[in-house]
Design a protein around this ligand. Structure first.
Ligand code: ATP
Ligand code: MG
Length: 588
């Protein structure tokens, strides 16, 4: 895990190396200071033999110099370690983001958007903080301890043992605390995901929330999620709060013992073995040792928390995109013919082995217009998502242009298959910018033509700034039907071999719907068109219509054939004729 994360340091490696070096120098100078102090006390202010001005000057100047240089290294360490840590976080975020871009729909289903966002923000921040602390404190504390211990040993062995004995006691205590706290931290971050999920859902659906006056309910949901985080943090911190008292206890016991021993030595030997200056600097070093222990314990707290985060970050990095390019991909799509050979498919999410498509066989020639109808949940969307390989089949195969979709270069395939998703999205930016998603270098004429086919040109021209009108995030400043038409135009710009409209004219009035279909028929004769719709009027003039029922093909034929032979189709048609189910009736 650490090795993998370290891979994100890259160009900031030099700072990550400079920083501990600066720390080392800083510590070296810091530990010299009490040593010089002892000299100043014993030689300069010699209590028994009177003062010595020359020695005072010498030690005094050295002290100032040491302090100044140590300050310089301290500052340098601050700068280099922040550069390294911030750079590391930036790279890590990039790595994760790029990885997520490679995810298939199935990978994204697995994580949930909210969780990916928490991982990209909170978790990366925790890793960044941990890295900074490792560079600064994790080098500083042990070094300080070692230098201080050396000096202590040289001053008085007996007294030093007192401290050494304290170290394992503290270490065991810390270890127990950390192992107890880690699982709770893991849980906390999962709850963070939940909190973000609630917030995201609420903000995204704020209009619906208001329309249904569900603010209270949403508030309660948020409260529950945030309360859980609060409780878990309290629990984790309660465990960790023993850290400080444990340390303090050990520190005071050590101090008492040292003073007691030191006083005894001075009294018994009359300052021959231990001078007052030495005792005072010994105490200084002793404090340093305990300080570094304290720092270490705090670092461990941070690292416990960061470990949970680091694991979550690595999960994102290690996730294998389950749709990847084959070894020798086919780089061109011949035509728009589509063939399903005994296809079965299930989302297989969280051990769910249910299939939503069963043994589907279809053979569709290039250029045909195919209508797909069926009740909600009858797997219409699932069926067409297999064509641009948004998901992979579980059994059988899907062929486009006579080649298995799994043999294509994914980009080639998806460029040839334009799909207007049921849950379509516009991005913030002008109408033009949105249209250019379909074709980056589209000319104005091309865009206008696509919009004319999609019956979008008219209303776009009426908007305040025409094609340069700004569309808000999620397309909140255009109507549902307008959004659908812009999305269709965007898909058309790709000049695809296969065009899939998943319920994409549901919010468009029947006359416009008919006009769009007419434009398709006349202007895109080469393109294979799949039209999923709820209204039979939207599909009845197709070459063939697929009737889906519970993931099985119940009927496949022209409008007339199906009226004759397919019970479901006939019933739906009759009820829609009467105005039931769809008040648009058959005026289209
Ligand atoms: N991402 C997903 N993860 C797991 N199950 C899914 C997912 N998407 C759809 N399903 C399930 O697959 C089945 C078919 O869904 P699908 O979206 O294909 O139906 P549909 O015919 O398009 O319905 P609608 O007319 O409402 O759009 C449903 O039972 C649904 O619960
Ligand atoms: Mg659907």
């Amino acid at each position: 895990m650490i090795k993998q994360l370290a891979g994100s340091i890259r160009e900031f490696k030099k700072y990550a190396i400079y920083s501990p070096i600066c720390v080392a120098f800083e510590v070296l100078l810091e530990v010299t200071i009490p040593f010089l102090m002892a000299g100043l006390l014993d030689k300069g202010l010699n209590v028994t033999g009177g003062g010595n001005m020359a020695e005072i000057w010498k030690y005094g100047l050295l002290l100032v110099l040491c302090a100044a240089v140590s300050l310089f290294f301290g500052a340098a360490c601050g700068v280099t370690s922040s550069r390294a840590a911030m750079g590391f976080a930036r790279n890590l975020r990039h790595d994760m983001y790029f990885k997520v871009q490679d995810y298939s729909f199935a990978n994204i289903d697995k994580f949930s958007t909210a969780s990916i966002i928490t991982r990209l923000t909170t978790d990366v921040n925790n890793c960044q903080m941990a890295f900074m602390i490792i560079m600064r404190v994790l080098v500083r504390a042990p070094m300080m301890m070692i230098f201080a211990l050396i000096y202590c040993f040289r001053t008085n062995v007996q007294m030093t043992w007192i401290f050494l004995a304290a170290v394992p006691v503290l270490a065991i205590g810390l270890f127990l605390l950390m192992t107890h706290a880690h699982p709770t931290f893991e849980k906390v971050f999962r709850k963070y995901d939940r909190l973000n999920e609630v917030v995201e859902e609420d903000l995204r659906g704020v209009r619906v929330v208001k329309a249904f006056v569900r603010e209270d309910y949403e508030r309660k949901k948020f409260y529950a999620a945030s309360e859980e985080i609060y409780k878990l943090f309290v629990r984790a911190e309660r465990i960790l709060s023993f850290n400080q008292p444990l340390l303090m206890l050990i520190m005071y016991v050590c101090q008492l013992l040292v003073y007691w021993l030191g006083a005894q030595i001075i009294v018994n030997t009359g300052s021959t073995e231990l001078s007052v200056g030495q005792l005072s600097s010994f105490m200084n070093y002793a404090t340093m040792i305990l300080m570094s222990l304290m720092m270490l314990s705090q670092v461990f707290v941070m690292l416990t928390m960061a470990r949970a985060s680091a694991e979550r970050v690595c999960e994102v990095l290690n996730e294998k995109p389950d749709i990847a390019n084959p070894a020798n991909p086919v780089m061109a799509v011949k035509d728009g013919s589509v063939r399903f050979k005994n296809v079965s498919f299930g989302y297989g999410r969280a051990g769910d082995s249910r299939m939503c498509l069963h043994n589907v066989d279809l053979d569709i020639p290039s250029g045909a217009t195919i209508g797909i109808i069926g009740g909600t949940g009858s797997s219409k969307s699932s069926l067409v998502q297999l064509i641009p390989r948004l998901y992979d089949v579980n059994e059988g195969s899907v062929e486009v242009g006579g080649v298995d979709v799994r043999d294509y270069d994914i980009e080639t395939l998806r460029n040839a298959v334009s799909m207007v998703l049921q849950k379509n999205v516009l991005f913030s930016g002008t109408v033009k910018e949105n249209l250019r998603w379909g074709k980056a270098d589209a000319t104005d004429e091309e865009m206008i033509r696509a919009c004319e086919y999609a019956q979008a040109d008219g209303f776009i021209r009426e908007m305040p700034e025409g094609y340069d009108t700004y569309i808000e995030q999620g397309g909140s400043n255009v109507s549902g039907g307008q959004k659908q038409r812009i999305c269709i135009a965007r898909a058309l710009l790709k000049q695809p071999k296969i065009l899939i409209l998943d319920d994409s004219t549901s919010a468009v009035d029947t006359a416009t719907d008919a006009a769009i279909r007419k434009a398709f028929r006349e202007d895109l004769p080469e393109t294979t068109k799949f039209i999923i719709a709820q209204r039979i009027s939207s599909v009845q003039d197709s070459d063939k219509i697929i009737v889906l029922d519970n993931g099985r093909i119940d009927g496949f034929g022209t409008h007339e054939e199906l009226l004759e032979s397919n019970e479901i189709y006939r019933e739906v048609y009759q009820s829609q004729q009467k105005g039931g189910g769809d008040f648009d009736g058959e005026q289209g």
